[in-house]
Design a protein around this ligand. Structure first.
Ligand SMILES: Cc1cc2nc3c(=O)[nH]c(=O)nc-3n(C[C@H](O)[C@H](O)[C@H](O)COP(=O)(O)OP(=O)(O)OC[C@H]3O[C@@H](n4cnc5c(N)ncnc54)[C@H](O)[C@@H]3O)c2cc1C
Length: 398
């Protein structure tokens, strides 16, 4: 028998049973994980090829009560906290094998929470109920001239005798090709300097036109596209929060989305990590499983570090948001940043561990492609860093 070139190592760190600090609560397989494993994952490849959102699974998740989680009972929910909703979405991410689908869930979750936290009676009775029952939501900030500098929005709302008239164009909006309701960022010039305002728009209204679904490098199960709003008439109570206070409300809304990125990325990577460890145990080079080689161990360790850090920072962000902590926005940006940048690195590691097989078009190249999109969606890495510094300086006292 050939002697191994490298002495076998103790693999026990990969079987470590004790919970880590980031996994401070036990995570029994939830109904959502089970549904994702049995229904979403088997359909993911076909949805990716067709470049469509899996609407059947979307509806079934709503029927299972996903969107009622975190919503107070008086508003038609089952109660609980936003952390509960975040964990249930992570349950889906853990087994769905479909990052695009989960990004569409994040876009919807942000809208549901926005309506509960900042909505008025009109939003609670008219806009929210269908979104808990299977309708699709979107958040539309980006415009053709740019997405990072949201305050430059050119979408304009004017008051009418009994409501609002909204006009403008939004680009690259998750779920836009299929969404029923959207939170739209615009401005109300008559308000003067402080004029940024958030509007709730029924996307089946006259004056709404959707662009063709965009062709993307990855995340193809999350349809994105343009929304053209041409004098769309809105209810007088369609504004979310106060007219002119849109930016403040928006930062709270997008913070939840940002933390969710961190949480779902950690959950998405967990089974990938298990698969790659199993592969590294099976695959041999130089007379020993490649798992014995320290460079391979390093790649695996780095993925695990991303899982831990993304999850811990995401939960810290969500807890800070719920507690209305002054540093919530900073923490949520940290979660988005370490999650998306960690995912890109992890995707590369997953691919490299499988050598050429990892580079052949298939599940691993899909992860690489999907991962790159997370550097841009939800705000670019540069904007997360900028927000972290701005928030830090704003709360810094000598
Ligand atoms: C998969 C996907 C889904 C998306 N879904 C949505 C959605 O649901 N809703 C929505 O509104 N938008 C969505 N977007 C759009 C996304 O939010 C924007 O693409 C993003 O905010 C960047 O805007 P931009 O593409 O116009 O780039 P720009 O804002 O033009 O920026 C170009 C580059 O300059 C950098 N940059 C800009 N300003 C600064 C600065 N001050 N300091 C340093 N660097 C800077 C940016 O980081 C970027 O690298 C999605 C994008 C993707 C890829």
């Amino acid at each position: 028998m050939t002697a191994p070139a490298v002495a076998p190592v103790d693999h026990s760190p990969f079987r470590e049973p004790s919970p880590s600090p980031a996994q401070d609560t036990p995570r029994p397989s939830s109904v959502f994980t089970e549904f994702a494993r049995t229904h979403i994952a088997p359909r993911a490849e076909a949805a990716y090829r067709a470049e469509i959102l899996d609407r059947l699974s979307w509806q079934r998740l709503a029927d299972l009560g996903l969107w009622r989680t975190g919503v107070p009972e008086r508003l038609g929910g089952t109660g609980g906290t936003w952390r509960d909703l975040a964990e249930r979405i992570a349950d889906v991410a853990r087994a769905a094998d479909d990052l695009g689908f989960v990004l569409s869930l994040i876009a919807h979750a942000g809208l549901v929470r926005a309506l509960v936290e900042h909505g008025n009676a009109y939003h609670h009775t008219t806009v929210l109920p269908p979104l808990l029952q299977g309708a699709v939501g979107a958040t539309a900030l980006t415009e053709p001239h740019g997405g990072s500098d949201v305050a430059r929005t050119r979408t304009t709302g004017e008051r009418t005798a009994d409501g609002w008239r909204l006009s403008g164009t939004k680009d690259h909006i998750t779920n836009a090709p299929v969404a029923d309701r959207a939170l739209v960022l615009g401005r109300v010039p008559e308000l003067g300097r402080r004029d940024i305002t958030l509007f709730l728009v029924n996307l089946h209204s006259p004056g709404v036109r959707r662009g063709r679904p965009e062709e993307l490098l990855g995340l193809r199960t999350s349809p994105t596209g343009a929304l053209h709003l041409d004098g769309v008439l809105l209810h007088r109570d369609a504004v979310l929060g106060l007219p002119g206070e849109g930016l403040r409300t928006l930062y709270d809304v997008i913070s939840f989305d940002r933390a969710l990125y961190g949480l779902v990325i950690a959950a998405f990577l967990e089974p990938q990590l298990e698969r790659t460890v199993a592969f590294a145990r099976r695959r041999e080079a130089f007379g020993t499983p490649i798992l014995d080689h320290q460079y391979v161990q390093g790649r695996i360790t780095d993925i695990r570090v991303t899982v831990e850090v993304a999850r811990a920072t995401a939960l810290a962000g969500i807890d800070a948001l719920v507690a209305r902590d002054a540093e919530a926005s900073l923490r949520c940006s940290v979660a988005k940043l370490v999650g998306s940048e960690g995912l890109v690195e992890a995707a590369q590691n997953l691919m490299c561990i499988q050598g050429h097989a990892g580079f052949m078009r298939g599940p691993l190249t899909r992860i690489v492609q999907d991962a790159l999109g997370t550097l841009i969606a939800g705000g670019t890495s540069e904007m997360q860093r900028k927000n972290i510094l701005n928030q830090m300086l704003a709360h810094h006292t000598d």
